[in-house]
Design a protein around this ligand. Sequence first.
Ligand code: UDP
Ligand code: MG
Length: 318
Amino acid sequence: MNARPRYSIIAPVFNEAANLPELYRQMQQTMDSTGEPWELILINDGSHDRSGEIMRDLRRQDHRVKTVDFAKNFGHQLAVTAGLDYAQGEAVVIIDADLQDPPSVILQMIEKWKAGYEIVFAVRTERKGETWFKEFTAKLFYRIIYRITEIDIPLDTGDFRLIDRKAVDTLNTMRERHRFIRGMTSWVGFRQTGVEYVREERFAGETHYPFKKMFKFALDAITGFSYLPLQLATYVGFAIAGLSAVAALGVIYARLFLASQAFFGQATTLVVVLFLGGIQLITLGIIGEYLGRIYDEVKGRPLYVVREAQGFSDAGNR
Ligand code: UDP
Ligand code: MG
């Protein structure tokens, strides 16, 4: 059918009915200004509002809009993964459907891509209309992640980015289940650079990333890219064992030479035992986090289930 589009824009959609028409309008304006063929892939991540119908209408209106319908909500990162699987463009752009990432920034990304960069991420210089809690936890999250992992991208970078076909093909071979896509795109290497932008307020609706999801996302990011939490047990173990050895010598000395009643008492003993018990449970929990993820990988289930994919020309897609 059509020649391969030069650009694929992929947008995960979860209850974004109020944003889709405006997203399409801005995208069409921006992408048409490039004068090159493009496609917009909307992944319906199990929305229960009218997103699905609106996506279908947009596809009927404009054949460059393509749609993938998930059988249920699989989560943002997996929706993006499906987009990467289906995209056919030479350059693929990941963007949120709520217009927090302004489509016009894509033009700057394309410029960098044409200058030879293979991954162009968008760095938020400012975030508008987010609660102080979201901003604070996000800031903390990025700083922890970048401190304890080898992810080498600037702080405050989301998934909004352009990825060259070569890197997309590599990413598509990485089928891990608990995904931190911005970490994975950093991991593949290639020539990377950033463009700055101001993150806008949502055009309509509210965030679908409540604290619980953010927390899980943070755990996926950390466990996916760092062993540090597992190693903490070793460090803390050595520290406590070392301290205890010194304390034991101290106690023996005191009992032999000081004839004092020091270091006795139920309360002290209880506190120490409970403290250690707590540390042991935390350590077990950390092992559990990794173990559960290994279990998920071993099961080898598909990453997502598609009810229907529409608008894709060749059957070569997954
Ligand atoms: N999203 C999704 N599945 C989910 C949650 C979110 O596909 O389970 C999409 C959502 O529609 C949006 C993007 O992921 O396009 C970012 O989500 P959101 O705006 O809620 O997150 P925030 O920008 O507040 O971090
Ligand atoms: Mg958003």
